[in-house]
Design a protein around this ligand. Structure first.
Ligand SMILES: Cc1cc2nc3c(=O)[nH]c(=O)nc-3n(C[C@H](O)[C@H](O)[C@H](O)COP(=O)(O)O)c2cc1C
Length: 240
């Protein structure tokens, strides 16, 4: 199987350690590709809107964005990690996610995403971990992914792995290992089930795109929906 990991920090701290514990269960069976942000990620989105309006490869950061996208589309399992920074995901992760705005279902989602599985690992000192996970989940779910598992931790007293009480480290290790073992049992040759909420979003956007296409059949997003057959009877979660 293939796993693509996007790390919201390049620091080899607690987030890194938690991610390593999770991945340990897959090391013998998986081909793992990792991106550490900000070093492996795109620069900030400048709001040129070329990706939305015309073509994603016109973006100044297209090469980096497309490299990440290729790895995401090829993977069976997507893993996103982030510490909470001021109650949210890191700026580096947000900067990367902004570049995938054009992949939100309201624009031009990749059909492969509907069958993907994803895990979000977050940690914080005391508060903000769940909003950090939500920042990432918002994008993943709007990319079309239904199967998203969140695994969050609160360190409470200490932000250095080695200084954390042993009991605390054991509990975190147990939680991550148990999730990894559960994820390991999945038959990745079958796409994940597409949930009702994802389908509702899809049908709402389909209605919107149909209307936009009537006003302007050359509209970029409408043409994409039409060429995928989604305005007609094709659905991204059904085998063709
Ligand atoms: C800029 C910055 C902002 C942070 N904001 C929060 C926060 O809002 N809530 C919190 O509980 N921890 C916060 N932390 C602590 C981190 O979430 C994290 O626990 C710590 O950086 C250890 O993780 P790391 O070793 O992976 O960097 C912050 C840390 C940094 C550097």
């Amino acid at each position: 199987m293939k796993i693509t990991v996007v790390n919201g920090t390049e620091k080899k701290g607690v987030t890194y350690k938690l991610k390593e514990i999770f991945l340990e269960q897959f090391r013998d069976n998986a081909e793992i590709t990792e991106f550490y942000l900000p070093k492996d990620g795109p620069g900030f989105c400048t709001g040129c809107t070329a990706c939305f309006l015309t073509y994603q490869n016109l973006c100044k950061d297209a090469e980096t964005v497309q490299k990440i996208e290729k790895a995401l589309l090829e993977a069976d399992l997507l893993v996103f990690t982030s510490p909470a920074y001021v109650f949210h995901t890191t700026g580096a992760m947000k900067a990367m996610l902004d570049h995938f705005g054009y992949r939100w279902m309201s624009h031009r989602p990749a059909k492969e995403m509907f069958g993907k599985r994803a895990v979000i690992i977050t940690q914080c000192l005391g508060a903000g971990g769940s909003s950090a996970a939500k920042d990432i989940k918002d994008s993943l779910s709007w990319w079309g992914i239904s199967y998203i598992r969140k695994c969050g931790f609160k360190l409470m007293s200490e932000i250095h792995w080695d200084k954390l009480p042993e009991k605390k480290r054991d509990a975190m290790t147990k939680k991550l290992t148990s999730l990894a073992q559960k994820m390991l049992k999945i038959d990745y040759s079958k796409p994940a089930h597409t949930g009702m909420i994802t389908k509702i979003k899809f049908y709402m956007v389909r209605m919107l795109q149909t209307g936009l296409g009537k006003d302007n059949p050359e509209y970029t997003d409408f043409k994409y929906w039409k060429s995928n057959g989604w305005i007609d009877g094709v659905r991204p979660w059904r085998p063709e």
